[in-house]
Design a protein around this ligand. Structure first.
Ligand code: 1HN
Length: 360
């Protein structure tokens, strides 16, 4: 029979043993056991809301003060108050607000962090991804996957503002960051306009003569019209998810999987007055309100949102959503690190034991 053994050392012996460890780059696991092997995650990131009324004037001010000669990307970072000192919106994800003024270009470059853009304000303008010029209109989702050349341009008379989403904190944690400037300011356009939409935009009919390596979606542009139409078509009859109402994932048309290996994108519709049940999952997410007004309760904290606001939900934080309008739907775009957790077999989900948080 084996059994746990008792400690025999005196306090003095223990103390001198511990003191000798650090200078030798050693440590005793049992002294950090409780904070290392926690029963469940507790993110340092906190729930936070960035109201559009606070964001937009500051983006405009940045555009007034700083040119794209000096700012490779003119991005207002959405920094999580719980993650002070880090360039992060949740533990694994970064989000920011980028502004490109009429006549401006943001230089071509590429990097290993993958990026997505959700357009908030634009009369046109574009991102070029690997020689493919992708027009950007409000509500459009545009992808710039890992290591693809991309530059932005605004050839309209109005400012362009979009939400950037990157897996930057994750890539930094993995120490897999690479970055390169394109030899010229702007890359040449080598494809017909919006060519990935032409080839893959139907969603169900994909070119049989072309293969895609499956690492990321071959479609770079998910226009808002199609997303909204799909939601509105389902809303009257579909049951939807108890936690997320009518929720659709932007998919890779070649595989049916997430748009990129590190980030998934979703769009959801909360019907008038709808109040979803609370759940939590190990993935974290950043939300952008496309239309409507409502409240999300995250980790017991109420966040009242309206059109164009941005908020984040840290991993393993309970959350539920409420559409406060009794007549209009509320539409939310979000991106998350679901594919990372799923592929590592770390994606867990739990419903709230009382279905709703007390504050909800
Ligand atoms: C970046 O390269 C872009 O290409 C946007 O538009 C935001 C945030 C952090 C690091 C690189 C872009 C970024 C970024």
């Amino acid at each position: 029979m084996v059994q746990p053994s008792k400690s025999t050392a005196t306090q003095d012996e223990l103390q001198s043993f511990y003191q000798d460890l650090a200078p030798n780059s050693l440590g005793a696991l049992w002294t950090v056991q409780e904070r290392t092997l926690v029963n469940e995650p507790k993110s340092k990131a906190v729930a936070h809301l960035w109201p559009w009324r606070e964001l937009r004037p500051r983006a405009m001010k940045a555009a007034e003060l700083v040119g794209t000669q000096d700012a490779e990307r003119r991005v207002l970072m959405l920094l999580n108050p719980g993650l002070e000192g880090r360039v992060a919106t949740t533990n694994s994800l970064f989000s920011g607000l980028q502004i490109v003024m009429p006549g401006e270009a943001a230089r071509a470059h590429r990097h290993t962090p993958a990026a997505l853009r959700f357009v908030i304000e634009s009369q046109g303008g574009y991102t070029t991804v690997e020689g493919d010029k992708v027009p950007m209109r409000p509500g459009d989702l545009v992808l710039t996957p890992n290591w693809t050349w991309h530059d932005h341009g605004n050839d309209t008379d109005e400012p362009m503002i979009w939400l950037d989403g990157l897996d930057l904190p994750l890539v930094n944690m993995l120490e897999a960051m690479f970055y390169e400037s394109y030899p010229e300011d702007v890359q040449p356009i080598t494809q017909p306009l919006d060519s990935t939409l032409g080839r893959y935009g139907s969603g169900v009919l994909t070119p049989a003569w072309q293969t895609s390596d499956g690492a990321h979606s071959p479609l770079m542009h998910y226009p808002w019209g199609k997303s909204k139409e799909a939601l509105l078509r389902l809303a009257p009859d579909a049951e939807g998810s108890p936690y997320d109402a009518i929720i659709l994932e932007y998919s890779n048309p070649a595989t049916g999987g997430s748009v990129m290996p590190t980030m998934a994108c979703h769009v959801q519709l909360l019907r008038p007055g709808e109040h979803t049940m609370a759940h939590r999952h190990t993935s974290s997410a950043i939300y952008h309100v496309v239309e409507g007004e409502g409240t999300s309760v995250v980790d017991g904290q109420r966040m009242d949102w309206e059109s164009k606001d941005v908020f984040c939900v840290p991993g393993w934080a309970y959350h539920e959503h409420i559409n406060r309008s009794s007549s209009e739907p509320a539409l939310l775009f979000s991106f998350s690190d679901i594919p990372v957790l799923r592929s590592l077999n770390l994606l867990r989900e739990q419903s709230h034991p009382q279905d709703y948080q007390p504050e909800g």
